[in-house]
Design a protein around this ligand. Structure first.
Ligand SMILES: C[S@@+](CC[C@H](N)C(=O)[O-])C[C@H]1O[C@@H](n2cnc3c(N)ncnc32)[C@H](O)[C@@H]1O
Length: 142
C-alpha cells in the first residue's frame, strides 16, 4: 500500500491557496508593488465614495488613524476636505518614501501625518489618543 501523503486536510473547492493570502502580509511584496506602480492607487473605494459614510461616524475635529494606508489618496483627500488630524500608517518602506515625497513640507497637507509602522505593534500608540481607526483594504489581508 502506498504511504499516506503528509500535508493536512485536502483543500475544498474555491479555497485560496495559502501562498496567495500570505504574500499580502509580506512587506517585500508591497515594496515591489509600490516600486512597480508608484502612482497613487485606492483599493475598493475612493474618498468621494466613502465621504457620506465617514460623515455619519466621525467628525472632522477627531483624531483618525488610517491603518495600512498604502499610496492611495484617502488621507490626503480627508485633510483637504477639512479633517484636522489624519494619521496614516503603513509598514512598507517604499510606500513611506512615496508619502514623504508627496506630502513632506507641503502646507496644504497640514493635518496629515504618516509613519512607517506595523499596525500589529503600534508602539507609537502609547503617546497617542485615537478616536477612530479607518481600515480600508487592510484587514481582509490580515
Ligand atoms: C490592499 S493595500 C490597501 C491600501 C489602502 N488602504 C487602500 O485602501 O488603498 C494593503 C496595505 O496594507 C499594508 N500593510 C500590510 N501589512 C501591514 C501591517 N502589518 N502594518 C501596516 N501596514 C500593513 C501594505 O503595505 C499595503 O499598503
Amino acid at each position: 500500500m502506498a504511504p499516506k501523503k503528509k500535508g493536512g486536510a485536502k483543500k475544498g473547492k474555491g479555497e485560496k491557496k495559502p501562498a496567495k493570502v500570505l504574500m499580502y502580509h509580506d512587506e517585500e511584496y508591497w515594496n515591489n508593488r509600490y516600486t512597480k506602480h508608484p502612482e497613487p492607487f485606492d483599493w475598493y473605494q475612493s474618498y468621494k465614495e466613502l465621504k457620506a459614510l465617514l460623515t455619519i461616524y466621525i467628525s472632522k475635529d477627531q483624531v483618525n488613524m488610517n491603518v495600512g494606508c498604502g499610496n492611495g489618496l484617502l488621507g490626503e483627500e480627508m485633510v483637504l476636505d477639512g479633517y484636522v488630524n489624519v494619521i496614516s500608517i503603513d509598514n512598507s518602506a517604499v510606500c513611506f518614501e512615496q508619502l514623504n515625497a508627496r506630502y513632506k513640507g507641503k502646507k496644504e497637507y497640514t493635518g496629515l501625518t504618516w509613519f512607517r509602522q506595523d499596525m500589529k505593534e503600534l508602539k507609537m500608540l502609547k503617546d497617542l489618543t485615537i478616536d477612530n481607526v479607518i481600515d480600508k483594504g487592510k484587514l481582509p489581508f490580515t
